[in-house]
Design a protein around this ligand. Structure first.
Ligand code: ADP
Ligand code: MG
Length: 185
């Protein structure tokens, strides 16, 4: 992937990238905090792919980012790492506590995927990096029992990876709220 040319277009209000948003070539050079750095190590990730090296510092810096890169180029981490970083910076997750089955689950990050297969790939890949952060990632897709998925969400769900159909189902039944969503992928 390192040989593939990278094009970067900045938003109009930025003439050049601030130092902290410049691309990184090593995860070690990325200031993403102790827990996330350790999870990167555990996952065996040391060299960012181009889409990661370019997108992550910008997104951590607070820019909205559109990234286009080929399959297998590491887009999952490219969007998930900044979301985890920002949610961790916002302090420990606040959860409803005793609500249980009648509680509405408050989601802060929403990742939409077109198919069950993609949703589950994103979920599996992302969980490595949420490990020991206190943040929970859940997945929602159709063709599998609604109740079982919902019970996972009820244990806390900061980031939901979902296909539109099951998401809409959870939303229409008022089991989740999107009113606190700060991050959309
Ligand atoms: P995409 O979403 O762009 O198709 P993925 O995020 O699914 O790509 O990543 C493809 C594979 O490459 C995954 O198995 C992932 O664990 C691995 N991977 C991604 N980034 C890195 C990296 N920087 N170093 C090592 N492996 C990586
Ligand atoms: Mg992929």
């Amino acid at each position: 992937y390192a040989d593939i040319p990278v094009e970067v277009e900045l938003p109009r209000h930025l003439a050049s990238l601030p130092e902290e948003m410049k691309p990184v070539t090593q995860f070690a050079g990325l200031k993403c905090g102790r827990v996330l750095s350790r999870n990167l190590n555990f996952a065996g990730f040391s060299v960012p792919t181009p889409v990661q090296g370019h997108s992550v510092p910008m997104a951590i810096g607070g820019l909205d980012v559109i990234s286009v890169a080929q399959t297998g180029s590491g887009k999952t981490l490219a969007f998930m790492l900044p979301i985890l970083y920002r949610l961790l910076g916002a302090g420990p997750p606040e959860r409803g506590g005793y609500g249980g089955r009648t509680a509405v689950v408050v989601i802060q990050g929403l990742v939409l995927a077109p198919t069950r297969e993609l949703a589950s790939q994103i979920y599996d890949e992302s969980r490595k990096f949420a490990c020991r952060t206190g943040l929970r990632i859940c997945v929602a897709y159709g063709g599998t029992p609604f109740g079982e998925q919902m019970r996972e969400l009820e244990r806390g769900c900061e980031i939901l990876v979902a296909t539109p159909g099951r998401l809409d189902d959870m939303y229409q039944r008022q089991r989740i709220t999107l009113s606190q969503v700060k991050f959309l992928v």
